[in-house]
Design a protein around this ligand. Structure first.
Ligand SMILES: *Cc1c(COP(=O)(O)O)cnc(C)c1O
Length: 412
């Protein structure tokens, strides 16, 4: 391990982002490798929540819809996310969950391609994407979801029957990055629209929605963007499509003039028409606060740190756990790898529980994947080296065997 700690130190000495760690609350003694699932809390968020509750809510009450900017939060918060994903001003609406935004965007995309009845999805995509696609297709006669299976040739599956292709940019398990420009081009050539799920992308991996001519994108904000539990999701539609969009959750807050209280629905201009009902003010305010620190982040430095850190982790694990039957299922090439690393291991569940007992928090994805997330804003290479040392002890000592580590919790 000594050489590994020395390498970690060399990396940390060169880390231009090292100063960001102190902006986050890190629980005592914890090495947090789950920022890809729920990011750490930026310290100023608890203050902001208190301020919103004590001033904007309890004092300002209904006036805060205008005076505190509550009404515009879906768009103003979207503007903070825009540079992180390569989108422009007023192109992102924030609200609801990623699942609900998938529904809105999928339905809108289908409507733009009448006559085409296929949603092309990928069999091992994050389950909610799949569930939502099937839920929507099941409601409208004649529509179906076709699955891409590993090894399938995407170009072959793209034909004139396909209305929309829905994919994750970074895969939630393997962490493989999809080639967005190439896929968009192939799809557009066949008239297919593409809906990208950026849940494991935003805040960790380079993405240029506009430059790469994407059509639709949605994503979580409680992962690498640190917006807090249940933070509302974002949705982006290419401006060339925005004013053609009809989406079925046509609630009053996405109306052109919600306070006219007129009987007919007329969509707001641009992406605001994705807003359904009343915005989640407390969560949006917390997210707004969490996003403020991104103003000072040099994104290319962040993406490079993510690649260096995942490479460092893979190298260290393979060095010190060489005699263990761990199978790396993430790409070795950092250019096509996002910010987490997954190893398959038959005793993976017990191992992650044993690590948690040692205050090293990662997660487990059934049936046998151990997932370690590396949020570049608040992890040091030394943290990573220490996590590897704990992993070695858990595996060498077969700590995963202990009975209490093999009782499955409700959330894993
Ligand atoms: C985490 C995640 C989601 C979560 O969806 P919610 O509706 O916000 O719970 C969706 N898609 C992907 C790919 C994810 O990784």
């Amino acid at each position: 391990m000594n050489k590994i700690f020395q390498r970690a130190k060399d990396h940390d000495n060169r880390d231009a982002l090292a100063g960001f760690k102190e902006l986050f609350h890190v629980p005592e003694g914890v090495i947090y490798l789950d920022g890809n699932s729920l990011g750490l809390m930026p310290k100023t968020c608890s203050e902001r929540v208190r301020d919103v509750a004590q001033n904007e809510w309890s004092e300002g009450l209904i006036r805060s819809w205008s005076e505190a900017g509550w009404f515009h939060l879906p768009i103003t918060v979207g503007n903070r996310i825009a540079p992180i994903v390569g989108a422009g001003e007023n192109e992102i609406a924030v609200g609801d969950s990623t699942s609900v935004n998938l529904f809105k965007c999928l339905a809108a995309a289908l409507k733009l391609r009448p006559g085409r009845k296929v949603i092309l999805s990928e069999a091992d995509n994050f389950p909610t994407d799949h569930y939502i696609a099937n839920g929507l297709a099941g409601m409208i006669d004649g529509y179906e979801v076709c699955d891409l299976n590993p090894g399938d040739d995407l170009a072959e599956k793209l034909d004139e029957s396909v209305a929309v292709l829905i994919l994750s940019h970074v895969h939630y398990k393997s962490c493989r990055i999809r080639d967005i420009p190439m896929i968009n081009k192939a799809a557009h050539k066949k008239g297919v629209l593409v809906l990208w799920d950026l849940s494991h992308t935003s805040g960790a991996v380079e993405i240029n929605l506009k430059a790469d001519d994407c059509d639709f994108a949605v994503g979580c904000t409680y992962k690498y963007l640190n917006g807090g539990p249940g933070a509302p999701a974002f949705a982006w539609i290419n401006p060339r499509l925005q004013d053609q969009i009809d989406q079925p959750l046509s609630g009053w807050m996405g109306h052109l003039d919600p306070f006219a209280f007129t009987p007919g629905y007329r969509p707001a201009e641009g992406v605001r028409r994705l807003v359904c009902g009343t915005p989640q003010v407390l969560s949006l305010s917390t997210l707004d606060e969490a996003l403020r620190l991104w103003e000072k982040v040099d994104r290319n430095t962040l993406f490079a740190k993510s690649r260096a850190m995942t490479s460092f982790f893979i190298g260290a694990v393979e060095e010190v756990c060489a005699d263990q039957p761990l199978t790396l299922i993430s790409p070795r090439d950092p250019a096509i790898r996002g910010s987490h690393v997954s190893f398959d291991y038959d005793n993976g569940y017990g191992t992650m529980r044993a690590l948690a007992e040692r205050r090293v928090i990662g997660d487990f994805r059934a049936p046998r994947t151990m997932r370690f997330g590396f949020a570049p804003l608040y992890l040091s290479f030394e943290d990573v080296a220490r996590a590897v040392e704990h992993l070695k002890h858990v595996l060498d000592g077969q700590e995963w065997q202990r009975a209490e580590f093999n009782i499955r919790g409700e959330v894993t």
